[in-house]
Design a protein around this ligand. Sequence first.
Ligand code: SF4
Length: 748
Amino acid sequence: MPETIHTFCRICEVLCGLEADIESGEVTALRPDPDHVATSGFACPKGLQQHRIYASPDRLLFPEKRDGAAWSRVSWDTATSEIGAKIKAIRNAHGPDAVAMYVGTAAGFSVLHPVFAQGFMTGLGSRSMYTTATQDCANKFAVAREMYGFPFTQPFPDLERTRCLVVTGANPVVSKWSFLQVPNPAKHLKAILGRGGRVFFIDPRRTESAKSAGEHVFIRPDTDVFFFLAFLHELLAQNGVDRARARALMTGFDDLADIASPWTPERCERVTRVPAQKLRDIVTAYRLASSSGGAALYCSTGVNMGSSGALAFWLQEAINAVSGNLDRKGGTLVGRGVIDFPAFGKKTGALLRDDRSRIGAFRSVNDAFPGGVLADEILTPGPRQVRAVIVTGGNPLITMPNAARLREAFSRLELLVTVDLFKNETGSLAHYVLPATSPIERPDLPFIFPLMLGLQVKPYLQATRRLLAPKGEVRDEPTIYLDLCKAAGAPLFGSRVAQRALELAKAYHSKRVARGSHIGTAHQEQPSLPQEALLSLLLRLTGQGAFKSLLAHEHGRLREPHQGGDFLGSRVLTPDGKVALAPQPLLDLARRTLEPAFEREIQNAKRLKLITKRAVTTHNSWTHNHPDFVAGDRGENHLYMHPEDAERAGLTSGDLADVTTDTATVRLPVRLLSDLQPGTVALPHGWGHQHAEGLSVAKKTRGVNVNLLAADGPTRIDPFSGMAHLTGFLVDVRKASGPKAPTWSGTP
Ligand code: SF4
């Protein structure tokens, strides 16, 4: 009989409660937990199949070292001491910033992984941190820092009460919500309609979400900033602002209104293609709901990854604020984590660095520099040139803009190390790959957003023990970074006391495990830090009791519900304690860029624009190694075209097309999709695994990496947030000529 353990998924922000059947040291089945306090029996195919992905024969089980094209297994002692020695030498010769780190999304779904990864960099004294944020959400962090005083202060729509929700550039039915933990997106959307509310999806594609509930309105890709400008202009015209509240609790109202003044709905329609009357109708619905149960604007990656993601998000937030919806039930709420993380950050300076990148002088966002200049930082000689990169829980050679140039840059590094479950595309180019535990092999608390920020529709806390002992010589990341710090002669967090204390804790815990006094003793376990004890310490410090007592709440423990009305005037961390509606850097950016961007849109009105797209079985770059998810024609991505655009280009379904930007050309088969707005093509992202030596299934897929098409470099990314422009960019599409055989092209 299998043992059933309750746990939660750590793949995406929903963190679905799961039941796991365990038999003979293996997870044999995962099911949604119907009794979970927040996710109530919701889960998706990725979460329910994840144990099969982790059990792949491709899984990295031992450290490996590359010599030319040959890989060999090495001991942890060898790998750690050689990497440590190399880092030490580079740091001594070129300074700490010569050693960079790239932290991938997977790291964010563990509590201890990102903390110890940062501790390693702090120990080295290196500022050269890069993360996935500048590919999908750094605009939100950079704007929040200006408006609310802290990057992680992220208001979210009160989905359970709102009477009007306007969603731009998001498809929650497939991708779930971001910066908000909500299960079953379709159910929540339908519930808004059920209580007489309105839902609008503003998107260049009639998405699965738009089909599930509410009204869909087409918008020309990458013109969201003009949609929000027209929205604000019209809201002011309809007198839909709460001026008294804005003057009492916010600053910059007049400057904000001034920015919106030239952008009438009619003028913006010329580029957004949202009819002026439709825009007015949406604003009216929003305004009426604002004066009854509350209304909210929400946007996600379709806006973030555009060329004006920072300006667009700023305007969205300003609209929610001046309309009286910020910090109000039914509008947008600002959650509370179990830790008051914004207050902690303000006190310690964490995530509030003001330094600038060497290339492009971009201000760091969340203490990290833009990924879009990493290739330049490696390729450009001079002080602070990056010579070593540690990639932890990520795959930048798939996810970063101009992936081909980054590949070239990575190939010139003196040291490239990946810490991952697999030898993926980036790992295949590394000098060392270090095997890490999978989510089901480690104890944990929920993702950093719920824990520290309360970005949950229904606040709760949960703990999970590990389901399985790690296989082979797999180690957890906190232990890996502790050992690397020792080998590099740079104590974790820059503290010899912390380093020594953690080394002693690791030695003690490892001895206990070896003596068989701990779980998982049938397997020869690797030395490791006592992760449950560290998580317990974190919980106790925040008054949440011990890890073990939280474990007893196997379906999660509810926390106090959001109240609203507890943010403005008390938790805003700007110098004057008021929401900054018109921060100077954003005003300057708007005044400098809006008119030229409008003119460019007019000039390029007849050209095609490319947007990205996602399937429910894919998650960024890493679920394509599961045979069931790439079977049949799911083993490649397609270029989706509106039938009218395809006909104009002489293409039909199944034809090969060349898609070209000034960065690259990729070739792939066409599919017709009338859900697209004419003038828009869509290309699913996360593909292009042909270089992944350690992904035997994914390597055989025929998909193309859309990010080969996106530009990198200091002049091609957002000057305010460092966001790469990864969706809504101009492309040319032509029928492919020449041999039919290649299903992908462009420099890999
Ligand atoms: S939606 Fe799917 S991937 Fe996301 S947490 Fe739930 S089961 Fe995991």
